[in-house]
Write a protein that binds this ligand. Structure first.
Ligand code: GDP
Length: 297
């Protein structure tokens, strides 16, 4: 995860730490290198700029350079600023304490990993939160999408709403809520349809589904490998549906990290989970501090 960025920053840090003393020019030179590393990682330009400005101000403005271990202190400032950029120390967990059935609506583009993530999260909710979950696929656009969720449901041992051919998303959502109530389900996961691109028909469908299901969580699933595109997709969705958070998939293959690093600053939405593989338990609660530690080695 984020290996390229990690290597680049590691080199800058080794040099900083290796020096007994540092002056302002040394810090500015290191910041230039970090800025290039962030941009190569596909971090949005304004986010990279803000980051560098914040670190530079703290590093040259205080007593850091006169301290006994200036390099060490600059590294710590970078670390803390990275945690902020990733969303802060507090993990933003799922909001599941509303009156059941609590609805978690999953949205995103086709191929982002939405259906897999729905099943992963249902399993996570059952195992980690000890709650009874149910899943329903509202994807009537992609052939066999509903069957795919049913198969995954069996694998993770979470019930899925029986498929009624020809039923439209809003009606499926209504039926799912009724069924969840009858079966005393705590958390109902709605896997909505994806599209290849953000389009108005998709947004209208999302809004209609949210209108009848009153979701407590609306989680956007995006592919971290798409870098800034993932952030742009999040911007488009958040203008239309009340997103409560983001799940970044394929973090296992992401050597760059731009999506994770820009998401919070650009969209204001917290990254709640990270997908870290194809297996159905490959999902992790997103902790900015841990991710920063991984990046900084
Ligand atoms: P959807 O079209 O958005 O519903 O996408 P799917 O859930 O069908 O996922 C598409 C592919 O991405 C599948 O082969 C998944 O196994 C894979 N996938 C999903 N999440 C992850 C992840 O976090 N890491 C990896 N490596 N693969 C993933």
């Amino acid at each position: 995860m984020f290996d390229n960025l990690s290597d680049r920053l590691g080199n800058v840090f080794d040099r900083l730490r290796g020096r007994g003393s540092l002056n302002e020019a040394d810090v500015r030179e290191a910041m230039r290198e970090i800025r290039v590393a962030l941009l190569e990682a596909d971090v949005a330009l304004p986010v990279a700029r803000r980051f560098i400005d914040a670190v530079t101000e703290k590093a040259v403005g205080q007593d850091v350079l006169r301290s006994v271990t200036p390099g060490q202190q600059v590294v710590k400032i970078v670390h803390d600023e990275l945690v902020e950029m990733l969303g802060g120390q507090e993990h933003q967990g799922l909001l599941l304490e509303a009156k059941p059935p609590v609805v978690v609506m999953m949205v995103g583009l086709q191929g982002s990993g939405k259906t897999t993530t729905t099943a992963k999260l249902a399993k996570y909710i059952r195992e980690r939160h000890g709650k009874k979950a149910m899943m329903a696929s509202l994807d009537v656009a992609r052939p066999a999408a509903q069957e795919q969720l049913a198969v995954l449901g069996e694998q993770v041992d979470v019930a899925t709403l029986p498929i009624v051919k020809g039923q439209q998303p809003v009606d499926i959502a209504r039926r799912a809520i009724e069924s969840a109530k009858l079966q005393a389900v705590d958390v109902l996961m709605l896997d909505t349809a994806g599209r290849l691109h953000v389009d108005q028909a998709l947004m209208d469908e999302m809004k209609a589904v949210a209108g009848v299901s009153n979701p407590t969580e609306v989680l956007l699933v995006v592919d971290s490998l798409t870098g800034q595109d993932a952030v742009n997709v999040a911007q488009s969705f958040s203008g239309e549906v009340p997103l409560t958070g983001v799940v970044l998939t394929r973090m296992d293959g992401d050597a760059r990290g731009g999506a994770a690093l820009s998401m919070r600053a650009v969209t204001g939405k917290p990254i709640k989970f990270a997908g870290t593989g194809e297996k159905l338990d490959a999902i992790e609660a997103f902790h900015a501090g841990r991710v920063a530690d991984r990046i900084l080695g």
